[in-house]
Design a protein around this ligand. Structure first.
Ligand code: ZN
Length: 261
């Protein structure tokens, strides 16, 4: 049976009930297929988010390229892996997008600060859109996705200084020519970021509620960083799967020069 598309004004009310702050900074990770349908499609969901934030609020979404082999062009490069809502958002009127393969897009009074130039390495450190959203006491909203999509956890990994890395590359323009840029990134398969649900909810730092036809999770970025930082200080490898689970976690273990359990 087909679901009735949710009106954006109704979704905006649900977002406010969940705790989205009018006038705040909101970083949103989405799966439209697990949240919709919404009247107007992904653009309708974006309208609902902007309505909940009000004119003084700033909406932020990930906008990073999936293409490591070509230079990033903020006016053209799509971000299909971030979902159709994020890939619709950066194309919208008045929306700013940072000029990095690890781009974020934003609209609202803080958009220029949040999307100002940021380093490729590390992608999600203190001087990144995610770090700046945290500095503005931003909230993180997960719509139809879990914490495996939550880039603010990578910010916590950076701030703790976890030592695991994976070798990655992107392509950048140097004097007009494409050049491969190799570096190492704090990364793994990220599936165990799902642990953060229980950590936050044990301290009542996350709210869950209905948004359109899906589930939204909302927490303050500062709380996510604080809770994750404490866990990583106890156990640096808490997010890494046991050996043989997946290539990404095995690479992270290998970078530590340790045998995985
Ligand atoms: Zn893994």
């Amino acid at each position: 049976m087909a679901m009735t598309p949710a009106p954006p004004a109704h979704v905006a009310g649900q977002l406010r009930d969940l705790g989205v702050r009018s006038g705040g900074v909101l970083l949103v990770h989405t799966s439209f297929s697990r949240t919709g349908p919404v009247e107007g499609g992904p653009a309708g969901l974006i309208a609902a988010l902007r309505q909940a934030l009000g004119p003084r609020g700033t909406l932020v979404m990930p906008s990073m390229s999936s293409d490591d082999e070509h230079p990033f062009d903020s006016a053209r490069t799509p971000c299909p892996d971030m979902g159709v809502t994020a890939d619709t958002f950066w194309r919208g009127g008045g929306v700013l997008r940072s000029g990095s393969p690890h781009a974020f897009a934003a609209v609202g009074p803080r958009a220029a600060e949040i999307t100002a130039p940021h380093p490729i390495d590390p992608p999600h450190g203190a001087d990144s859109p995610v770090g700046r959203a945290r500095d503005h006491d931003g909230q993180v909203l997960l719509l139809g996705v879990g914490h495996d999509a939550d880039t603010t956890i990578h910010l916590a990994e950076n701030e703790v200084g976890v030592r695991y890395r994976r070798a990655v590359h992107v392509t950048v323009l140097e004097r007009g020519r494409p050049v491969r840029f190799d570096y190492t990134e704090i990364d793994h398969c990220c599936a165990r970021f799902a642990l953060v649900d229980d950590w936050l909810e044990a301290d009542r730092l996350q709210r869950r509620g209905p948004v359109a036809h899906g589930v939204g999770r909302l927490a303050r970025a500062r709380d996510i960083v604080r809770v994750v930082t404490a866990r990583l200080r106890e156990n640096e490898t808490v997010f890494l799967h046991p050996r043989g689970s997946d290539v990404e976690c095995d690479e992270a273990w290998a970078s530590l020069g340790r045998t995985a359990p």
